[in-house]
Design a protein around this ligand. Structure first.
Ligand SMILES: [Zn+2]
Length: 171
């Protein structure tokens, strides 16, 4: 049986448009995401390739995985990982580990494009990722869950503090 191989350039990048970034989120814009886990048919690890133009972030806002451990390998450029506690710039050729339960967001604060690989395990996890987004009802940044809305093809950010639906996006 041949081993599974994937050419990154052959995978179509996806990623939320700027309208899908909720107000009060940390990202201005999200970079291109190539989801390689499906292409590689992985069992236990999540593998994503990212292309971040200057100013773009990996995801829409600072977020926290409850159980998933993540490794980011920066292939080109540089990416600054920030959280409430710390900020670290990771250069091309360097890797950074994000322990489970740590809030973070990686952003390309430089002048040149950055590319990188994110490897996370386990691939699937029961707990929802928690997102820091501004809640208009709480009038502050609160932890939100992001999940499917009752309307098919739509997803919603819900404040865990007050239950308010802060933002809704279409898939
Ligand atoms: Zn709220």
């Amino acid at each position: 049986m041949p081993f599974e191989t994937v050419t990154i350039e052959a995978v179509e990048p996806v990623g939320p448009s700027d309208e899908d970034v909720p107000p009060g989120a940390d990202a201005d814009s999200v970079g291109g995401i190539r989801v390689l886990s499906d292409e590689l048919d992985t069992d236990g690890v999540s593998v994503n390739h990212y292309t971040l133009d200057p100013g773009e972030s990996f995801r829409v806002s600072t977020h926290r995985h409850g159980v998933q451990e993540e490794i980011f390998y920066i292939v080109s450029g540089a990416v600054t990982f920030g959280s409430d506690a710390a900020e670290t710039t990771v250069e091309a050729g360097e890797l950074v580990r994000i322990p489970p339960g740590t809030s973070q967001l990686g952003t390309n604060d430089g002048d040149t494009p950055a590319t990188g690989l994110a490897i996370g395990a386990p691939r699937e996890y029961e707990e929802e990722t928690e997102w820091l987004v501004e809640c208009p009802d709480c009038d502050e940044r609160t932890v939100h869950t992001f999940g499917e809305a009752a309307t098919e093809g739509e997803y919603r950010y819900e404040c865990t503090g007050c239950g308010h639906e802060t933002y809704r996006v279409s898939a």
